[in-house]
Design a protein around this ligand. Structure first.
Ligand SMILES: [Zn+2]
Length: 285
């Protein structure tokens, strides 16, 4: 199977949850050997992904306020480069993160493959959440910002997704990404047992540097990056631990209603700008 980023040959790395993972021989990207398409997206992100625990959420809606606060936090990080404008939030779920941005004067559209989530966002939160995935999304609108919070690892076709993102952005538009860092300390320590090696919902394992290099091909330059602070509910923490450890009696001791800081050493955020072709020096062909 060839690398989904650079089309080079790859080699088998190891198996995770019964799926082979491969490493690109040229760009070192790691990816799952799963032939995924649009039907993969709808089967993975059915309603159980958001409410069934496992690698997804134990109860997505219980985290609404935290996700909304995260949207406001990111609007704050973007503010230095753009105060507000029109945005597209990819993988929006019901739209709580998008709501955090609209709290901060942004106007936006959410794009979400799960129909129930998109419907909830539109009907209950009053947001413009549309059903679809970035690989095939089409609109005549252009955006000042595209956000992808914990989304890029799930793309079945990263090249198509970022090409579409570049087309949907205005000149000098911004791209905000939060994702897991395969080169982080935790990922190295845990090796094959790192929590993010959970195909088939996760298909791509980026590092900040690998992603930044890849995005140069689509005309994106990095403006800023960092590590997000993050909190998750006790219920979500319990569900994730249960997924890892099985039914351990100690899990009963974790209160469901308290929010816990989640160790996010292996998480990064990065902000990119679509380079305006007009500013390239004249000698660049
Ligand atoms: Zn590659």
């Amino acid at each position: 199977m060839i690398c989904p980023l650079c089309n080079s040959e790859s080699k088998f790395a190891f198996e995770a949850k019964g799926f082979p993972l491969r490493d690109c021989l040229k760009c070192h990207h790691r990816f799952a050997e799963i032939a995924a398409d649009e039907s993969h997206v709808s089967s993975i992100y059915d309603d159980s992904y958001f409410n069934g625990g496992g690698a997804g959420y134990s109860n997505y809606f219980a985290e609404g306020e935290m996700l909304r606060a995260r949207g406001r936090m990111y609007a704050g990080k973007v503010r230095k480069f753009a105060k507000a404008g029109k945005m597209l939030d990819v993988g929006a779920a019901a739209g709580f993160i998008l709501q955090g941005f609209t709290d901060s004067d942004w106007q936006g559209i959410g794009l979400e493959p799960n129909g129930s989530m998109a419907k909830f966002g539109s009907e209950k939160l009053g947001l413009d959440v549309r059903q679809g995935s970035l690989e095939t999304f089409q609109t005549d609108e252009k955006f000042d910002l595209i956000s992808m919070i914990q989304v890029v690892a799930h793309f079945y076709d990263p090249s198509k997704s970022f090409e579409n993102a570049a087309n949907l952005l205005k000149d000098d538009g911004l791209l905000l990404i939060e994702s897991w860092n395969r080169e982080s300390f935790s990922a190295r320590i845990f090796g094959k047992n790192w929590h993010e090696y959970s195909p088939p919902s996760v298909l791509q394992w980026f590092s900040l540097n690998g992603l930044t290099d890849f995005l140069k091909d689509f005309g994106f330059e990095k403006l800023a990056h960092g590590r997000p602070s993050k909190k998750i509910s006790g219920e979500h923490a319990k569900s994730l631990l249960k997924y890892r450890l099985g039914n351990n009696f100690l899990l009963k001791l974790i209160p469901s209603k308290i929010n816990f800081p989640y160790p996010s050493e292996d998480l990064f955020w990065a902000l990119y700008r679509k380079r305006n072709a007009g500013i390239l020096p004249a000698n660049v062909v």
